[in-house]
Design a binder for this molecule. Structure first.
Ligand code: ZN
Length: 217
């Protein structure tokens, strides 16, 4: 059985896991990017909570990293209304990253806090939207039914989530992640499988097939 961890900030030592590790964007990554392998793949992006003044430079670095085809996803990126960064700047940086993801046919790992209306209106402006995975999804049932109407939108559940929302999401749109939680990915799979009343094996197979469909690299 193979477990796919759809978002974390650290490498995993766990057996039988494929981990999507989020790397902080840095120029040194251009020459020093870890080689993706059977246990770890990587995402990189500009986080809406930490948009530096040099963000245009970071965007160039990101474009070069994507050209090197070592990133499997762009992110985490998105919108955060609890952040001090002005929402206009967040939208600008997010839009630029969506365009970049389109160019490289990569999915986006989305960080979205209290800004789902803006997220949906930005998606509408990008006609052929690439897959978006809403990471650390904690929305309630109302938001979930609204988001389920969108194509190419996926939900990644972590340590905290609404059980009712989890039950609403079709298995083919589901991911599981540890993010910054100290819990093991295997524990989270066990919890989700028990909520959904399916076997861990079936859950793991489904998520692995989702990964193959959504992540080209
Ligand atoms: Zn994270």
């Amino acid at each position: 059985m193979t477990y796919f961890n759809a978002h974390t900030h650290q490498q995993s030592e766990e057996e039988d896991c494929i981990t999507l590790v989020n790397l902080e964007i840095q120029v040194r990554l251009l020459t020093d990017f870890p080689e993706p392998d059977s246990r770890a793949i990587y995402s990189c992006g500009i986080h809406p909570r930490a948009i530096p003044e040099r963000w245009e430079k970071d965007l160039q670095t990101l474009a070069l990293l994507l050209q090197q085809k070592k990133c499997s996803a762009l992110g985490e990126c998105g919108l955060d209304k609890l952040s001090d960064t002005p929402i206009e700047l967040q939208e600008k940086v997010f839009n630029a990253q969506i365009t970049l993801a389109h160019t490289h046919h990569l999915p986006l790992i989305i960080h979205c806090v209290k800004a789902f209306d803006q997220l949906l209106s930005i998606r509408k402006k990008h006609a052929h939207s690439c897959p978006m995975i809403i990471h650390g999804y904690r929305g309630g049932t109302g938001l979930t039914s609204q988001l389920l109407k969108e194509n190419n939108l996926f939900f990644s559940f972590g340590a905290n989530y609404s059980t009712e929302s989890l039950k609403m999401v079709p298995p083919e749109r589901l991911f599981i992640e540890t993010d910054i939680s100290p819990l093991s990915i295997i524990t989270l799979y066990r919890q989700v499988a028990s909520t959904l009343q399916i076997s861990e094996q079936l859950l793991a197979e489904q998520i692995l097939s989702n990964k193959k469909r959504v992540f080209p690299l």
